[in-house]
Structure formats: structure tokens, C-alpha cells
Design a protein around this ligand. Sequence first.
Ligand code: ATP
Length: 553
Amino acid sequence: MSQTENTMDQIVALCKRRGFLFQSSEIYGGINGFWDYGPLGTELKRNVRNSWWADMIGRHDEINCPEGAPSAYSMVGIESSIIMHPQVWKCSGHYDLFHDFMVDCTESKKRYRFDHVKGRWAEAEKKTRGVDGQPGTSEQMKVFITTMDAGEETEQQLVEKALKFFGLKAKYKDQIDWQGEIMPLEKLDDLSQAVAPDASRVGTMTEPREFNLMFKTTLGALGGAEDAAFLRPETAQGMFVNFKNVVDSSRVKLPFGICQIGKSFRNEITPRNFTFRSREFEQMEIEFFCRPDESAKWYEYWRNRRFAWYTSLGIGSDKLQLREHHKEELAHYSVGTADIEYAFPFLTPGEFGELEGVAHRGDFDLRSHMEGKLDGNLKLQLDENGQPKHRGSGKDLSYFDDQARERFVPHVIEPSAGADRATLAFLCEAYTVDEAPDDKGEMQTRTLLKFHPRLAPVKAAIFPLIKKEGMPETAAKIYAEFREAGLNVDYDQQGAIGRRYRRHDEIGTPYCITVDGQTADDQTVTVRDRDTLEQVRVPINKLTEEILTRLKG
Ligand code: ATP
């Protein structure tokens, strides 16, 4: 097992052990691609969402705009429905374009995303063992060995798969004659020559089938074909279809942002890597509307502001990258798209996984909802009869700029983040193994989650050193005071003090407060810092203030 797999396994185990995350419906064997947050995970994810909302919307003040913004702007929130009019998805492009190709293996019953499988031609003598006293057989075969793309480890995995297929021991690996380069399975003309990643035989893969990633459901009791509806695959369309409602009902003026946090659903073919690729997940999205001639500046601004948000909450900038899409990858109307990516531990070192996309979308979305589905050149898509392929709403979604006395369709910058991926990145980043002295002063390995104080599920833990001499009563008073101040804190009097510290290190509690023998004499307690292990004495009457200041980070 590689180091990266090892770390990830340990994080997954900790999440289950301490109640951050559980497989959904686990008592029935689980359901692939769905996850439940336990008590601590719920607090953590809520803190992620709240930080996003507070930093992007709640604390936003359009008069004193954040530093570096091209001009003053406002931000408002909405909560739109998960099921929307089916026409929304036709005009957004999801109905026609939100497809992946998949292949099934008839032997292993596994399903793979076609573009995620790689392979290479290999030739060797395939040996099969004899059964019932019959001699084994051997046959010279040339097949296309495949595996799920695993970055730098793909080659090594192909060797392992080939050894298995040809029935060879590892020491005979030189008997395999590899031909050509590793290439995507998509490039193979005839799939019957391929050995599926988990198959023992050749030719067990079905032809690729198109698969729409939107979950379909039916409205009403009778449910004919015309009653089909979809669970939203993104929250963004809620902002576009409500653009006019928000402009007409609130006092926003361009530039402004409409934001939303909510569940999205994608029937991912191969959900994997813990919560990274799930079928039900939560998004935190902003649609920022601006004048077309200012959109390039705003794109730049949001790209940088969103990147800085992750580092402000503790993600090391060496593990984070802003990857600009190449010009060829961009739609014709777009000035730029950048992904904010994190070096998740389940990836090969050097690889990054997407946390958030920041896209300049021009006026594509608003115009599509006005006029009908547009193509990449902003021309109305027509069917074979020359009619609009998907009609728009016919409503005017333009904006009148009363200062410039101009009417136009605003341009949009879309920072689109995943709440679950962000939570997973914060968890991975926080996971640390170091050494710390135990109760006897001997160095022991300890596991801790170094969450930023704003994200930590439990902000402080209060311990009486022993269960007598009035210590529990004093600790209980402090506990009640913290709760009163709105802090999620824990009271713990079970076990040796060192073990209590470890328990809270492992769930990322930044401060442990101990009431001890000295407390009765001078009304002070010790405050222990999770990361530095430093302990200082603080007067009880200054404690809440001290912890609140420290938590601001
Ligand atoms: P990917 O290429 O990884 O499938 P995407 O480019 O399709 O992602 P977007 O459509 O840009 O993703 O969605 C915006 C954000 O929503 C992503 O950056 C990610 O954080 C989150 N997200 C998308 N799909 C999933 C998923 N299946 N599970 C968890 N989060 C997701």
C-alpha cells in the first residue's frame, strides 16, 4: 500500500471512529456515492458553510467593499427548489450535454467511466491451471490490458493486471511483451480485445453507452413521459431563473451577486475517493452579474478572492493551485475559467483535484433562458427543421443601467464550490501525526486535526482535573458560560487528563481548559493550545473573552 493510500485510509477510519462521516445506509450494506455526516462532521460542514456565507455575503458591506474589488457591489442569497421546470435544463444545456460514456464489465459487474480507463497492448503466453487432474493449457495471446487511470501508478497497475491475466508470477514479468504506449481505452477500435480492469477474461466489456448524469423523477401520481423532472445537478440555474425576480424585488444594482448553498445531485458513474465524487453533494455557488466591459476585472477579482478564502482557513498554499484552463478549452464567449485545486492525499503526489471552478460565463446563461439554447458561438441552436432546438422563456432578462442609460444583458462570473469537497480538503489538511509527551512525560505518537478555529467542530473542552474538591462544579459553571456565549464546547471528566487531551486533539478541539488544585486559590485555570501544547493560566473572569479572541484566528 502506498503512503498516500495509507494516509487516506487513516483519515477515513478516523472520520468513522469519531463520528465525522458514515457510509449512507450502512446497516443495509451501504449505498454507493452517498454519505451521512455524524455529529462532528455536521458541525464541521456547518462551519464550512457558515464561513463561506459570512465571508461572501453576511459580512459583505457594499459601501466598504473588500479590498481590491474593482468597485462597490452587493451580495444577496436565495434558496431555490431542487426540482425545477424541465425547460430549465434544456436551455442550460444539461439535458443535451450533461452526459458521460460508460462501459460495463459482464464478468465483474463493475461499471467504468469510459474516459477514466487506460490500457496498453501486451503479448505473452497465457497459462491456465488444469482442473480435475487435467493438464493446464497455454496459449500465446495479444490483448489490451486496462486499469482505471491512476496517474503515475497506472503503469505499475497494468503490470499487475497483466501478470494476473496471463497467470504469471511477478518474477516472470519480463515474459510480457508490451507494445505501443499507454493510451485511453476510448482510442481502442475493438473493445472485444480488451481485458476489463477487474476481469480475468478478455472481451467482457460492453460497448460504451451514453448516460445522462441527471437523476430523473416523475411528478404527480399518474406520471406520464411529459411529467418527467430532474433533480438539479447544480444550484446555479436557480440564480439565473430568479435574476429578474431579485432585480425587481430588491435594491441591488449592477454589479451584484446572487448566492446559494444547496444540495445537487449527479448520477456519477464511478463515485469514489470518499466524499470527493458523490452522487448527492452540496454546492456553494455565486453568480456575479456585471457590466460586460468590466467582466474581465471581476473575473480576476473573484479568482483571487476565492483562492485566498481557502488559505485564510488554513489550507497551505503549497497544497493549493489555481489552474487556468487553456484558451482551447474555453467556450468562445468566455474570458477565462480557473479551477482551484487541492493536493488530496488519495491522489498521486503532484496531482491535484478540483475544489472549485471560477468561470467567466459571458451572457450565455441569461440569454439562453431568454432566447433558447445557444451554442458555443452564442447562436441559437436549431433542430433539423430550422426551428429552435429548445425554446427559452421569452422573458426579458436584460438590465437597465440607469446611470449609463443603457440596456444590456449582464455578464456573469461564477465561483462554484463544493461544500463536501471543501470539508474533505479541510479534514485532509488538518490531519496530522506528531509526537507529544504523555502524563508521565514520555513521548508518544499523537493524532490531531489542526482545524482552523473557525472550522473546529468543538471550540473548547472543559475538564475538572479530578472529580472532587469542587472542581466539577467550577468546570460546569465555565461550561455553561461558554454555551451561553454561543460556543459549541464539551465537558469531559472521564479518564486520565492526558487521555482527555488526546481525545480532543483527535477531533480538532483548539483549546482544552482544566480546572485544577490552584483554581480554588487564585481563580485561574489552564488553557492548553492543541497545536503548540503550550499551557497558560488565565483568570476565570477573563476566560470567555480570551477564548473568543483566540477563536477569531
Ligand atoms: P469534476 O470535473 O470533478 O466532475 P465538475 O467540473 O463537473 O467537477 P462543476 O460542475 O464545476 O464540477 O461543479 C462545481 C463544484 O461542485 C466542483 O468544483 C466540486 O467542488 C463540486 N462537485 C461537482 N461534482 C461533485 C461530486 N460528484 N461530488 C462532490 N462534489 C462535486
